[in-house]
Design a protein. Structure first.
Length: 340
């Protein structure tokens, strides 16, 4: 091969590197002095993230739907030397409430540096058990909630011209076709789509984006999420919940992974190795991923059948009269609207 041929190959390789190899990162080496808005800050991953950010010296703006627990969280952070500049109990699915809080914040403070969309709920159920309200509530909180925050805070970050960072907490259910997760995945896949677009749209403004995909995390939602149409008090379901807790990471570990992603500017953030591995299999060995999802679906159905056998055999219970109802007759989603 002559010199001209070598130069041509080098030119092609350089072009490919420029197009495909460049990967802008907008990570923050530290959160010290950065203004951070965090949802779901009263418990679970949200609280752990707020506490970890406070230890780094972040200036916090916190919200959660649980007013009393939010006050306790703020008090605890301040007692340990952290700075909370503003907090308010609100439902992120309420656009007007989010907008009012944003306007009050921007009237007194500059634009945020970091947004962390962490608040969320979960509802499990097969499609014949899911009612309209279950689909609607998941989408309102897990998808529209983060969108409300993005609408109300991100434009000010762009106009400030100082860069920044956006964290959207999706889920393993935003990556995989997990059994009984249709309503939850509708929201979490949607948030993944929003994040995928914004990671490129926001590059010109030097605003980084992380999509966090937790697997098993031992948060309050583990003990309260309802599996519609299934007797959760059955021994099989209790055993599954206990197994989940034993294999789960702590909220603090999940929060550490989130902050590490912010520091490094990582787009995909996994809180445990199993989800990272599952994602690799999904991308590289599709047939194994599909086989594992089918097996998991069959396993879940067998578990549900055994659990409901206990429900029918117990004289103190009767089968739910309506899909998604608790044996007491109260809709399960209304009993346990608990955020992450």
């Amino acid at each position: 091969m002559g010199a001209e041929g070598i130069r041509a190959i080098y030119h092609d390789m350089t072009f490919l590197h420029d197009v495909f190899g460049s990967r802008p990162r907008f990570g923050m080496r530290t959160l010290r002095g950065k203004q951070c808005f965090i949802t779901g800050a009263a418990s679970g991953i949200g609280l752990a993230a707020a506490e970890a950010a406070a230890r780094e010296g972040a200036l916090l703006f916190l919200t959660d739907v649980q007013a009393e627990r939010l006050e306790q969280a703020v008090s605890g952070i301040r007692q340990r030397g952290g700075t909370v500049l503003a907090h308010r109990a609100l439902d992120i699915s309420d656009y007007d409430a989010v907008r009012a809080f944003a306007e009050d914040i921007h009237a007194k403070h500059r634009a945020m540096d970091v947004l962390m969309n962490i608040a969320g709920i979960s509802v499990w159920g097969t499609v014949e058990n899911l009612q309209h309200k279950h689909w609607q509530r998941c989408v309102e909180i897990d998808l529209m909630g983060p969108i409300h925050v993005i609408e109300c805070f991100l434009p000010d970050m762009i106009h400030a011209g100082q860069g920044g960072y956006l964290v959207n907490v999706s889920s393993a259910a935003g990556l995989f076709g997990l059994p009984w997760h249709a309503a939850y995945s509708a929201a979490k896949f949607g948030l993944r789509g929003v994040s995928e677009v914004l990671r490129f749209d926001l590059e010109r403004h030097r605003i980084g984006v992380s999509l966090v995909c937790p697997g098993r995390v031992n948060t309050p939602i583990v003990g309260t999420v309802e599996v519609l149409g299934v007797n959760r008090d059955a021994p099989e379901m209790r055993k599954m919940t206990e197994h989940f807790r034993k294999k789960a990471v702590t909220p603090e570990q999940a929060a550490a992974a989130i902050l590490r992603g912010v520091h490094r500017g990582d787009y995909l953030v996994f809180t445990s190795p199993d989800i990272r591995m599952g994602y690799w299999f999904q991308q590289k060995l599709t047939f194994l991923y599909e086989a594992s999802m089918r097996k998991l679906n069959r396993d879940f159905q067998r578990l549900a059948d055994r659990a409901n056998h206990h429900l029918k055999a117990n004289a103190g219970y009767s089968s739910p009269e309506a899909p998604g109802s608790h044996p007491s007759g109260t809709a399960t989603a209304d009993l346990h609207d608990v955020r992450r």
